[in-house]
Design a protein around this ligand. Sequence first.
Ligand code: GDP
Length: 344
Amino acid sequence: MENPSLGALDPLDRDLVDGVLAPGAGQRRALAKTITLIESTRADHRQRAQQVLAALLPHSGRAMRVGISGVPGAGKSTFIETLGVYLIDAGKRVAVLAVDPSSSVSGGSILGDKTRMELLCQREAAFIRPSPSAGSLGGVADKTREAMLVCEAAGFDVVIVETVGVGQSETTVAGMVDIFVLLQLPNAGDDLQAIKKGIVEIADLVVFNKADIDGAAAERGRSQMQTALTLLRPASPNWRPPVLCVSALAKRGIPEFWAEVEHYRATMSETGEFDEKRRRQSVAWMWNLIDSGLHQHFRQHPAVRAALPGLSHDVAEARTTPGAAAQRLLSALIDPSGSDLPKE
Ligand code: GDP
């Protein structure tokens, strides 16, 4: 693959790239430093991060990308820990990243801090990174997506992206992973919520956790969900999302879960949908970045900044229409000389 920015790397960043690519003692440190660079909002860091990413990109793409979502308390971190340890025992290297919408809004976090997944943390073959805390959900997710590529370049076989079942974050995470898993609690309220919010529609696999507490309730939930899923149009004609019962705490159903993930990968690879989905996700990601870049450029434009408060007020007071105001503001970007907004 052509990689024009490789030559432009400064020696410090060259070291980061080499450190990420080299298995061994220094790799974890290089990985953490690279992700910190990616998460920085400084313009010069952003530029360096893009160059480092460009150098790492040809080495990425080999991991299985697994998204895991569920309401707080569903057992996500317990499940990821049990799954992670299982995969590591099977000889794989596992990275865990998070997209936490709450951390970008309030500075607080639903997904919790680094003390979670203590057993997994101790494993040499695991890398766990909490959600980046700055910026909008879009910003947080973009950084997680980039961190995922860095983990892949470092040779992790499985990258798990965890998110919480609130707001937009599920759709965002589903848009960056190969398989999106919904973790459910075995009670009808939780199922209905997920169905109502349209989360079930984007799930490739549904898992009822805590089956150890009440096996019958879990089985009831499983069969109701399976029925509900038959009413939805599947994302792929070749895949009906399976519904499983597990216990993350009692470590039951984990091999069966992973077998379904591998089955999904094999089925989708056979039909070409696996690569096609990644291609679509990459192009959609580019458009997201274009949208947010344009938005930022628009907001920072001096003429827009000068006119925005007045025009917003006029729209709120119905002195002008939203359409007319938007057109005036946008004309400053499209044709600054022809714009009738005040100049700098
Ligand atoms: P998260 O908020 O989705 O990350 O949920 P946690 O993993 O923190 O789990 C919430 C609570 O449920 C904790 O007290 C866990 O010990 C418990 N839990 C998680 N999985 C299971 C399970 O399979 N069975 C039982 N009985 N409890 C579980």
